[in-house]
Design a protein around this ligand. Structure first.
Ligand code: NAP
Ligand code: HSE
Length: 428
């Protein structure tokens, strides 16, 4: 058996302790599979005295993750601290500069600095692997970079934030408002320390940007993700979408067209019978579409100690086996700076408006939609409350621009009360 692969682990929280457990509990299995022992040399976290439920006594301790990253007895720097800046960035850069390979679960760091880090890795002959950064335990990075490498990737879709899917599912199941379920999830510790990362779609947007880079051979560009969180999803929309045969999901979609690279992370309607529609609770799902393979659906735990550590160890084993893949699946120097699509590919939309109950009201709405070139596919009016009634319209394919024009024109009539809700219906 050849020399051990020596890990330096920075971050001993949920994921870091999970990695330590796998290295300790599966030592024989890891050595057999990779042909060499996998060992931990040194670790780092903020508090040396914290009881983490794992035995760290055989590992050197470093207060400073940058010092850990530069240690001569570390081959692979495993970054499990988090954050796009600060120690995670400094230590990752230091590791690459010192000639270490890097394994990271840090989607924020890679979504923002991925191109520069990939170029730095490549210039020194190192690799950066980040399976755990996207959809936790689901091996979607491997699927895209390896199994589907022979495909022209047509579209990526996914529910990639378990907390948001939990909130939306729980709202529907319990008939609770967004705020009630948000408070409940926060009290249960389901949300990030900054909950806006989850409910604002930022965490999921980071993941989508990483997958888009691999799929379309483009430089990772989180700033170009069209982001909308779930904070404005109401229980009324969840119920009424269900009545029309849909579920509301925080759905990420990336596709390349003549319009440029489209990256969207926003609440969308999907058919309730589709795999995405049936995804309940905190589970993740990623749907990949390739020209030869057709559609692939990957589903599993997107977070948590075991699933995320499992993904980290998959990357570690690849390095131990001598498998050296470029960060985004192709040389970083060849990744294109994609033109961001200025408008989304047309789609059907769900439109909910509060219609004033008087003669000709519906005709006025229909006329405005017609003038905007929007065709009505289905429509339903619900019971009146006072002197208005909720009306749901499912349109044929249209653009968001045309819909926004129509919504603006509604405001000039005396028949639409308040601001209508418009949600894209994704064809999945
Ligand atoms: P966590 O439980 O908050 O742990 C973070 C760890 O980093 C802690 O051990 C902390 O030390 C350490 N740390 C923070 N700042 C540090 C510093 N300046 N110097 C040294 N150590 C420092 O986080 P986590 O959930 O394990 O997440 C780690 C990474 O994995 C993040 O990038 C996250 O986005 C990603 N990820 C997490 C999950 C998940 O399910 N949790 C899933 C996918 C990806 P102390 O313990 O001493 O405070
Ligand atoms: N906060 C994320 C989620 C887990 O809820 O899916 C870490 O990626």
């Amino acid at each position: 058996m050849t020399s051990p692969l020596r890990l330096g682990i920075a971050g001993l929280g949920t994921v870091g302790t999970g990695v330590v457990k796998i290295v300790q509990n599966h030592a024989d299995l890891l050595a057999t599979r990779s042909g060499r022992p996998i060992t931990i040399t040194a670790v780092s976290a903020r508090s040396k005295s914290k009881d983490r439920g794992v035995d760290l006594s055989n590992y050197a301790w470093e207060d400073d993750p940058v010092a850990l990253a530069k240690r001569k007895d570390v081959d692979v720097f495993v970054e499990l601290m988090g954050g796009s800046e600060g120690p995670a960035k400094a230590a990752t850069e230091a590791a690459l500069a010192a000639g270490k390979d890097v394994v990271s679960a840090n989607k924020a760091l890679l979504a923002i600095h991925g191109q520069a880090l990939a170029e730095a890795a490549e210039s020194g002959g190192q690799v950066i692997r980040f399976e755990a950064a996207v959809a936790g335990g689901i091996p979607v990075v491997k699927a895209l970079t390896e199994g589907l490498a022979g495909n022209d990737i047509l579209r990526i879709m996914g529910v990639m934030n378990g907390s948001c899917n939990y909130i939306l599912t729980r709202m529907e199941d319990a008939g609770l408002s967004y705020q009630e379920v948000f408070d409940e999830a926060n009290n249960l510790g389901y949300l990030e320390a900054d909950p806006e990362l989850d409910v604002g779609g930022i965490d999921a947007g980071h993941k989508l940007a990483l997958l888009a880079s691999i799929a379309f051979g483009t430089q990772v560009n989180f700033d170009a993700v069209d982001l909308e969180g779930i904070g404005s999803v109401t229980i009324e929309d969840i119920h009424q979408a269900a009545d029309m045969g849909y579920k509301i999901k925080l759905l990420g979609v990336a596709q390349m067209s003549g319009r440029g690279l489209e990256q969207r992370m926003a609440p969308c309607l999907v058919p309730d019978t589709s795999p995405l529609g049936q995804l309940a609770g905190g589970t993740n799902m990623v749907v990949l579409e390739g020209d030869s393979v057709g559609q692939i659906v990957l589903r599993g735990a997107g977070a948590g100690e075991g699933p995320t550590a499992s993904a980290v160890m998959g990357d570690v084993l690849d390095i131990a086996r001598g498998f050296r893949l470029s960060t985004f699946g192709q040389p970083a120097s060849g990744l294109r700076a994609a033109r961001a699509a200025h408008s989304a590919i047309p789609a059907p939309y769900y439109l909910r408006l509060q219609l004033v109950d008087k003669p000709g009201a519906l005709a006025k709405v229909a006329k405005i939609l017609g003038e905007a070139g929007i065709s009505i596919h289905r429509m339903r009016q619900y019971d009146h409350t006072d002197d208005t009634a909720p009306v749901l319209i499912v349109t044929h394919k249209t653009t968001r621009t045309a819909l926004s024009e129509a919504i603006a024109a509604f405001a000039d009539t005396d028949v639409v009360d308040g601001t209508p809700v418009a949600l894209r219906i994704e064809e999945v």
